[in-house]
Design a protein around this ligand. Structure first.
Ligand code: D41
Length: 674
């Protein structure tokens, strides 16, 4: 790059960053995901480092945080609020450890072995300072640029997690530092309410928290579900600070502050890295967003020795998680046909790494969503992949739309079989009308039929089913049981050995349970739990087939929509024939004795299972509870009556505890059963 274009590039980056800053900090409406911001920021940092002559005092790299709004009084922090250095890789964390040891060496101090770190999650909120005098909250301010912030005392007072008066023996002056944030649930609720009122929708919990705290009318702040946790201490007068960070957190807790729940003291950088993995695994299940973890040298004596450089302490590091949002481009939008014929638009993307995995497809849910988000082929979009959730297109960066971007319409005919596509008025789903004569629906129905919770036929993967249908060997589930060795040995990636094995698996799976059989049929609205209820209630296939809508609706957990769908299913001649053919092919089950004990603590209760039980598998415990009349569900809410927690229970247990839902361990569970 020549000097001129270098200057231009640096200017461009600064302008872009300023623009993104303003949108993020002043309007709480980010234009790009954090990862994109970080990338540009780092690019500028690198250029300035390489060409120090280009570094200007007003470069955004010299000022982290946004401009202060005129309307809030500004507050100068008595002690600057430092920022945190970031690490994105293991190597950077190891270097952090090395830098600390080097520093000890140059100070001629024998480093402690092992060096203890206090680890905590890094909540994605905004940092504030709270000043208490003689135990009373006197002043609260945002971090701002670290030196000067905005006074938000009245707004802070509305946050119930923040004590207005300290518990116990209060110091003359105490400045508590921490993070104001919004839980995921609070964020969803707020956005739902905002939508109803026709008000602004927040992009993420962080922006919702910032927008809520920076309200000139504290009455509005009071209606927002803000939370707080403390992570440090600034000014302290007439009290003795504990000698370790981990003890400071406990000390703050005693004053009445919420502190990070997952905090732990560990040995060395290796301990930090193990903590990182642990918290990463829990990330999706936590009730709040975290963007990484923070490591802090635990002993305050060593923190003071190590000191800080520029704005950041040498003794602390934020280890960021892989970004859950990234930018990429939409190369195409295709429609996938599912088991029930529903057409789902899928964006084919230029491959990117999101949340630690390579992503090249993202769901767009339905055509209305495509139009609402205005996603076009050629667009640059934000894709999000959180936890194990399917990647999703969140929004379009309109700025980057090419002139030839292409609008997508719902196809009039099925992209797989050419049959008419039908969309009911008022319904979002558009469906291929061909039913099981559409190969796509046939394939999906078969995949469902053989799946683990249905017939559980081993060795029959998706690719194999695609081939069986494409070759015309299988039209309906019953055909599976008539497959011959000679017709399957020649399939791709098959051989005599695996063909024989496959036929044996199909044969073995003929013995099943009534509930699995009902589930395998793929009746709309009939999931695993409903299938089990039906099997328990009717006890035989004949009785189920004969049931009318009213009889079905009288069953617990079966609503009008499901009842309608079940009754209809057994009236369609093709379906009757498939059921008959399957029985003909030799599918059978043992008639189960169903015995519902009327007086038991689980009757009509909503129960969540979590962790590993010693005496039951998850499925067995579920079946048992269902027989007792309980509804077993997957996630904990206020409506949950019990959480049964086995060994190594994780986020569901934590959530139950935070909601005050009764938690039962295996021993208590056994007692309740007795
Ligand atoms: O959870 C956080 N966001 C968090 C932020 C945390 N757990 N610890 C933090 N510790 C510090 C130091 C070490 C500088 C006292 C922080 C922050 N700072 C911080 N938050 C915003 C800027 C800096």
């Amino acid at each position: 790059m020549n000097a001129e274009s270098l200057v231009l590039k640096v200017e461009q980056l600064r302008e872009l960053i300023e623009r993104y800053n303003e949108a993020y900090y002043e309007h709480d409406a980010p234009l790009v995901p954090d990862s994109e911001y970080d990338r540009i920021f780092r690019e500028l940092q690198a250029l300035e480092q390489k060409h120090p002559e280009l570094l200007m005092p007003d470069s955004p790299t010299q000022r982290v945080g946004g401009k202060r709004l005129e309307s809030f009084a500004s507050v100068k922090h008595a002690l600057p609020m430092l920022s945190l250095d970031n690490a994105f890789t293991t190597e950077e964390v190891i270097n952090f450890g090395k830098r600390i040891l080097d520093r000890f060496k140059s100070l001629d101090v024998q480093p402690p072995s092992p060096l203890m770190f206090s680890c905590e999650p890094k909540l994605d909120g905004l940092a504030v300072s709270l000043v208490y005098e003689n135990g009373l909250l006197m002043r609260a301010s945002t971090r701002g640029d670290g030196f000067t912030g905005e006074e938000v005392t009245e707004n802070i007072r509305t946050i119930r997690a923040i004590p207005l008066r300290l518990k116990g023996q209060a110091p003359k002056r105490l400045e508590v530092r921490g993070e104001v944030y919004m839980s995921k649930a609070g964020f969803e609720k707020l956005n739902t309410a905002q939508k109803k009122l026709g008000q602004k929708i927040f992009a993420n919990p962080r922006n919702a928290a910032a927008g809520s705290l920076r309200q000139l009318d504290s009455g509005i702040t009071a209606t927002r579900p803000l939370m707080f946790f403390a992570y440090g201490v600034g000014v302290l007068e007439e009290a003795i600070l504990p000698d370790r960070h981990s003890k400071i957190l406990a000390w703050l807790k005693d004053f009445g502050f919420p502190v990070p729940e997952l905090d732990r003291a560990v040995e060395g950088v290796q301990g930090c890295l193990a903590f990182y993995q642990e918290v990463l695994a829990k990330r999706a299940g936590l009730p709040y967003d975290i963007d990484g973890v923070v490591y802090k040298v635990d002993e305050i004596k060593y923190q003071n020795l190590l000191g800080f450089v520029a704005r950041a302490p040498r003794w602390a590091l934020a280890h960021k998680f892989p970004a859950e949002e990234q930018l990429t481009t939409v190369e195409d939008i295709e429609f996938q046909v599912g088991r029930t014929g529903v057409l789902t638009p899928v964006a084919r993307l230029a491959t990117v790494c999101v949340g630690g995995a390579m992503v090249s497809n993202a769901t767009l849910h339905n055509i209305e969503e495509v139009h609402r988000k205005d996603v076009r082929i050629g667009d640059t979009v934000v894709v999000r992949r959180a936890g194990d959730v399917i990647p999703e297109v969140m929004s379009v960066i309109i700025d980057r739309r090419p002139p030839n971007a292409q609008i997508v319409h719902l196809p009039k005919t099925c992209p797989v079989c050419g049959a008419e596509v039908f969309k009911l008025e008022g319904e979002v789903a558009a469906r291929c009308t061909a039913g099981l004569s559409c190969p796509a629906q046939r394939k999906e129905a078969l995949k469902h039929f053989v799946s683990r919770k249905a017939m559980a036929i081993d060795g029959l993967g998706d690719k194999l089913i695609d081939q069986l249908v494409d070759e015309g060997l299988v039209h309906n589930p019953a055909d599976l049981y008539y497959l011959k060795l000679s017709s399957i040995v020649d399939l791709d990636r098959m051989g005599e050995k695996s063909a024989i094995k496959l036929l044996a698996h199909i044969e073995a799976a003929k013995l099943t349970t009534l509930a699995r059989f009902i589930y395998a049929l793929g009746i709309r609205e009939v999931g695993e739990a409903t299938a089990l209820s039906l099997a328990n209630h009717f006890g035989s296939l004949e009785a189920l087939q004969a049931a009318d809508v009213d009889t079905l609706m009288a069953i617990r957990d079966i609503g009008p929509v499901a009842a309608q769908s079940i009754a209809e299913f057994f009236h369609v001649p093709e379906n009757k024939k498939v059921v008959q053919d399957l029985i003909q092919a030799g599918l059978h089950w043992l008639s189960i004795e169903v015995e519902i004990i009327n007086d038991n603590p689980f009757k009509d209760k909503t129960v969540v299972l979590t962790g590993t039980l010693q005496k039951f598998s998850r499925d067995e415990a579920t079946a048992l509870l269902q027989k007792l009349g309980a509804k077993v569900v997957g996630s904990v809410s206020k409506k949950t009556d019990y959480v049964i927690a086995g060994a190594e229970a994780g986020s569901k247990l934590a959530k139950a505890e935070s909601l005050g839902v009764p938690v039962v361990d295996e021993e208590q569970f056994l007692k309740m059963l007795a």
